[in-house]
Design a protein around this ligand. Structure first.
Ligand SMILES: *Cc1c(COP(=O)(O)O)cnc(C)c1O
Length: 378
């Protein structure tokens, strides 16, 4: 029996290997390895894809988020509202600029920020909200933008897991003040290494980010801001141009794989399947089920299921086992266990099954039958 990995990137590489080889060799032989038209062309094409005025490539999704906060002058004394159920990078950048993250609980059905609680968490110090379109599922941006406008707040969309997702027929990353993207290889649009981008319609933000990513300078060797070195690598930009042309096709393949999972896995006891919310387009970076944490010894726990799947050659993942408000690094913020119960329960119950463009129907079946099998045998 074949082992089924959570993500197998060789499937997409096989389809584009010829194009990628040619593009990479062209750059290698050009002798120009930083900047150049590969980067500016990709920035232009990505902005066009999302329908934003500006796209600034950078080194990672984390740097995009960090530069977003810096460009908006958010720092010491400011509060930024975000979700505790996300990758650490979302909150890390808030504390790195000296601001305070305010974690609010999530919605159980979407794993995304609970917008009722966002409203309750707004204070005099709040400057921005960072919604995360987690696992590819878009946040209700219509409502979030209304909340932000009523309270004069910036919205920085963390689109790392949602390239190509839409809310109300607009691509995420084009709705808030700033969109932040990651091109980490396993994201929907992934490079062959690190990469990221920031998008905006605000020319002042774009100008500041362009300075920040090049050591805070606009004119060479004159530094106006404390910046960083965060460029989008030329070779990665060339690869991303190729992959961008396949993105919609690959997102469609994710969608088809998910439809098949939904069909195969319906009505299993104690298993809750993910749902795409109406009003948006989910691009399924992850297919994340929940295994009810009932505390009943006769029912299979998540850990049991995960081990059993592994014995059948199926590797599943837990995103994320510990919500950010309970991370050791944030103990100084004083959150307690039980304070954000929906996120904490999600952390105990979630299990992401293998999903990637090019996964076969046989593999999806193997995962589904494996899951049914281990639930039945307990
Ligand atoms: C991957 C990810 C990031 C960080 O992106 P990098 O490119 O790895 O720095 C930020 N936020 C979320 C939600 C992510 O999944």
């Amino acid at each position: 029996m074949n082992k089924i990995l959570p993500v197998d990137l060789t499937r997409q590489y096989k389809i584009i290997s010829q194009e990628v080889s040619e593009a990479v060799l062209e750059i290698l032989s050009s002798g120009r390895y930083i900047g150049g038209t590969a980067v500016t062309d990709f920035e232009y094409q990505f902005a066009d894809y999302l329908d934003t005025n500006e796209c600034i490539g950078c080194n990672s999704g984390t740097d995009a988020l960090y530069m977003a906060l810096r460009a908006l002058d958010i720092g010491q004394g400011d509060e930024v509202i975000t979700t505790p159920f996300t990758f650490i990078a979302t909150a890390e950048v808030i504390t790195r600029v000296g601001a305070t993250p305010i974690f609010v609980d999530i919605d159980a059905a979407t794993f995304n920020l609970d917008l009722d609680r966002v409203e309750e968490a707004i204070s005099q110090k709040t400057k921005a909200i960072i919604p995360v379109h987690l696992f590819g599922q878009p946040v209700d941006m219509t409502r979030l933008m209304a909340i932000a406008e009523a309270n004069n707040l910036y919205v920085i969309e963390d689109c790392a897991q949602a390239t190509g997702a839409e809310w109300a027929e607009r691509k995420v990353g084009s709705i808030g003040h700033i969109g932040c993207f990651s091109f980490f290889p396993t994201k929907n649009l992934g490079a062959c290494g690190d990469g990221g981008a920031l998008t905006t319609n605000d020319p002042a933000v774009a100008a500041r980010v362009k300075m920040l990513r090049e050591h805070g300078c606009q004119v060479r060797y004159r530094h106006d801001l404390t910046g960083l070195n965060s460029r989008l690598d030329t070779i990665q930009a060339a690869i991303l141009q190729i992959k961008l042309r396949y993105l919609d096709r690959w997102n469609q393949q994710r969608h088809e794989a998910v439809s098949y999972y939904q069909q195969l896995l319906q009505s299993l006891p104690n298993i809750q399947l993910p749902q795409a919310m109406s009003g948006g387009k989910n691009v399924w970076n992850q297919y994340t089920i929940r295994i009810a944490d009932t505390g009943n010894k006769d029912e299979p726990t998540r850990e049991y299921v995960r081990t059993q799947l592994q014995q059948r050659g199926i590797i599943s993942m837990i995103y994320y086992p510990l919500p950010l408000h309970l991370q050791p690094v944030y103990s100084y913020l004083g959150y307690r266990v039980g304070q954000l119960p929906t996120a904490e329960q999600a952390a105990r119950e979630v299990l992401s099954l293998p999903l990637f463009p090019g996964i076969s129907f046989e593999e999806l079946q193997q995962v589904a039958y494996g899951l049914k099998d281990c639930l039945a045998f307990k």
